[in-house]
Design a protein around this ligand. Structure first.
Ligand SMILES: CC(C)(COP(=O)(O)OP(=O)(O)OC[C@H]1O[C@@H](n2cnc3c(N)ncnc32)[C@H](O)[C@@H]1OP(=O)(O)O)[C@@H](O)C(=O)NCCC(=O)NCCS
Length: 241
């Protein structure tokens, strides 16, 4: 269900990510993490801690200054985020060095007996082909992940967060951004097209266990020449809805 637009719509603020947002980010991730839909009650991946370790913890550890959150001005609740890395090759290397062992530790000490489905899923992910050599890394070295709570979708929050991330990348001289989604994510596909991303490639490949017909879709966008933007600020509010 989406929140309404218009005079009764929540007032949304935007600011750089702070460490205190980690829990909220993990919650949003979990509520949107299965091809754009919630993992709650699916039985696909019940180890929420492990899910965050795989998908968001690396970004907030290595690239916290490139991440932004949207929050509801009524109560300060974080309702969406964008995070990513300006250089995907460096990020992949950092992930292998500093996250892989933490993920393995959690998976073997906790998940395999308590959340066996999560353990099996992570084992499958660990065998997926690494993508450092993807040709689009050259023109689109940055990549990102964006998620908005279901009840706050279709309010313009995603578009605003994408703009903040793009400005942040531009200010660092990054030439382009890529991102990977799924043919089954019927929210993400029109969203990325609407905000100027073009499809770079599609390839069949299962990300989720026991799910037929999965195709991964890579989008990219070139960025204008570097410009210094207000997104270099820390802590302060960036914009109003
Ligand atoms: C995809 C997502 C980030 C979009 O964020 P959002 O805040 O809902 O999107 P916006 O309100 O900024 O939408 C901007 C435009 O994108 C398009 N769009 C966004 N969501 C859409 C949807 N569900 N269906 C069709 N078009 C959509 C529309 O053109 C929209 O403009 P409009 O509302 O004026 O028509 C959000 O739906 C989401 O978090 N989904 C779940 C998690 C996810 O899929 N993340 C991406 C993983 S790759």
């Amino acid at each position: 269900m989406s929140a309404p637009k218009g005079p009764h719509a929540p007032q949304i603020g935007y600011r750089p990510f702070e460490r205190r947002d980690r829990k909220a980010v993990a919650t949003i991730l979990y509520r949107t993490g299965f091809q754009g839909e919630s993992l709650e009650g699916t039985g696909r991946f019940d180890d929420r801690r492990l899910f965050a370790l795989v998908h968001t913890e690396g970004y907030v550890a290595f690239h916290a200054r490139d991440a932004f959150v949207a929050y509801d001005r009524a109560d300060g609740k974080v309702v969406g985020y964008v995070l990513g890395a300006p250089d995907s090759t460096t990020h992949d290397m950092l992930f292998r060095r500093r996250m892989a062992w933490r993920i393995a530790l959690r998976a073997f000490l906790v998940s395999w007996w308590r959340y066996p489905e999560s353990f099996r899923q992570v084992r499958m992910w660990s065998k997926l082909k690494e993508d450092e050599a993807a040709p689009y890394y050259v023109e689109y070295p940055a990549h990102l992940h964006i998620d908005i709570l279901p009840e706050y979708q279709r309010m313009g929050i995603g578009e605003k967060l994408m703009r903040l991330f793009e400005e942040r990348m531009s200010s660092q001289g990054v030439s382009g951004i890529h991102l990977i989604t799924s043919n089954r994510n019927l929210k993400a596909l029109p969203f990325y097209r609407k905000i100027g991303y073009t499809m770079l490639e599609q390839s069949p490949g299962a990300y989720w266990r026991d799910l037929e017909g999965q195709v991964s879709v890579v989008f990219g966008k070139s960025l204008a020449s570097p410009c210094r933007e207000q997104t270099g600020a820390t802590g302060s509010d960036l914009a109003q809805n």
